[in-house]
Design a protein around this ligand. Structure first.
Ligand code: GDP
Ligand code: MG
Length: 439
């Protein structure tokens, strides 16, 4: 991060609401992260605009810092753009499910056929693959080899027939054998061209596929948008498979797919092996895209520093017995930031015996304490003696928070007890000795 951006993020940390001005610089950072992740420019522009509109005027959620909240808006929007939920293969209601694979040459179509075949087989389906790439002799062999590897039959008819004719015969054969899933591999070209599109259209017409999956190489980057658009326009796709995500590509192509075609990415390929196929999870992809432009790392780092500063300051206040209601509130908010009480308790040794009932009680009493602290004036929060000495102040706080005067008195007494206990605990820890444990 450049210094000015770092400053912008640090500044944002201290704001109460996200405004057009205070998100401007951080949004530049996010824009850069997206471009670095190879999201295409028009997609980035629309994205930044929409996130900015959503973020502006948003009050900051309690326990969440504004900069983190902005990152969350960005993350949620990214997830939403990529379809939100994971979407799997749609299987035909009756008859065989036909999956037609499309895509440029070398993107990993044939490999993806084998992977998908294995995936469907594991789901208990019978599978057949059909080889229609008649242009390269090795292409048929490649599919046959993969078929042997995943133990799925391959229908091939040499390279003399037209691809659509082979597909037609393959489908007939599959139907005859009562196969559940028929995966049709096709030939790609180095670039989008008329011949390829016409051929795909013909195949599509004869096999009437349940799924038309566009295979996109994650390294395609900026060009993915145009590519997806032409395939979708020409043949109509039902989804995509993003391959080669095991490389160092940032996955920006994922964002373009959904934006341009409104069709989901169904799988990602993460290696050459037949098991290297994973369902597509939009939230994981969002972190990948964002994580690459060090936005998230920065936010995490900033948070660590802050927690450390907080802790040191707190230590000092404890030693001076100045722990007041503001500190009390800050501590409970720290807890809120870390998650609900029950989540924290789970990780504490010996705490697993605490019943859910007890946890709910503890959370409830913290809320009650907070409501009383909220009814105190800033002066009272910083100087609990004021409350200790004045029954009328305690009455006012009780009325304001809808609690009894006894509850307010108890809270004030508790704070003084905490001061004493915390100080002796801190002294003990600083001295390095625990009473009763020496010698
Ligand atoms: P096609 O021309 O579209 O059929 O592409 P192929 O399936 O023949 O794949 C082209 C090359 O990419 C081959 O060397 C594959 O092993 C490789 N490949 C395919 N998918 C992946 C993937 O997800 N990760 C990696 N690293 N390589 C892949
Ligand atoms: Mg191939």
């Amino acid at each position: 991060l450049t210094d000015s951006l770092e400053a912008a993020w640090s500044k944002l940390k201290k704001e109460d609401v996200l405004t057009k001005d205070n998100i401007k610089e951080p949004m530049k950072d996010i824009r850069r992260a997206l471009l670095e992740a190879d999201v295409s420019l028009p997609v980035v522009r629309r994205f930044v605009k929409s996130v900015s509109e959503k973020a502006i005027g948003m009050g900051v959620v309690r326990g969440v810092r504004p900069d983190q909240q902005l990152v969350k808006v960005v993350n949620d929007e990214l997830v939403g753009l990529m379809g939100g939920e994971m979407v799997g293969i749609e299987f035909a209601k009756s008859g065989p499910t036909v999956i037609l694979m499309a895509g440029l040459q070398g993107v990993g179509k044939t490999t993806a056929c084998g992977k998908l075949a294995l995936f469907c087989k594991k789901k208990g389906k019978s599978v057949m693959m059909v080889a229609t790439d008649v242009y390269r002799p090795a292409a048929i062999d490649q599919l046959v080899t993969l078929g042997k590897q995943v133990e799925v039959p391959v229908f091939e008819a040499g390279n003399q027939l037209r691809p659509a004719e082979i597909a037609k015969r393959g489908l007939a054969e599959g139907k005859k054998q009562g196969i559940d899933v028929i995966i049709v591999d096709t030939a790609g070209r180095l670039q989008v061209d008329r011949g390829m599109m016409d051929e795909l259209k013909q195949i599509k017409q004869v096999v009437n596929p349940t799924e038309v999956l566009l295979v996109v190489d994650a390294m395609t980057g900026q060009e993915a948008a145009g590519l997806v658009a032409s395939f979708n326009l020409e043949i109509g796709i039902t989804g995509a498979i993003l391959t080669k995500l095991d490389g160092d590509s940032r996955g920006g192509a994922a964002l373009s797919v959904k934006e341009v075609s409104n069709k989901p990415i169904k799988f990602v390929g993460e290696g050459e092996g037949m098991t290297a196929l994973e369902p597509f999870y939009p939230d994981r992809m969002a972190s990948r895209i964002l994580g690459m432009g060090d936005v998230l790392t920065f936010v995490e780092k900033a948070q660590e520093v802050m927690v450390k500063e907080d802790a040191e300051l707190m230590q000092k206040r404890i030693m001076e017995a100045k722990f007041d209601f503001n500190d009390f509130l800050a501590q409970t908010r720290n807890l809120a930031r870390m998650g609900s009480m029950s989540n924290i308790m789970k990780f504490l040794p010996g705490m697993n015996k605490v019943s859910p009932q007890q946890i709910r009680e503890a959370e409830k009493s913290l809320k009650i304490m907070e409501s009383m602290i909220n009814s105190m004036t800033p002066k009272e929060r910083a100087d609990p003696d004021l409350l200790a000495k004045s029954p009328s102040r305690r009455r006012r706080v009780a009325n304001g928070s809808g609690r009894s005067q006894e509850q307010v008195s108890a809270l004030v007494a508790q704070l003084f007890q905490m001061r004493v206990r915390m100080k002796s605990l801190a002294t003990m820890m600083q001295g390095g000795s625990i009473p009763g444990m020496e010698g």
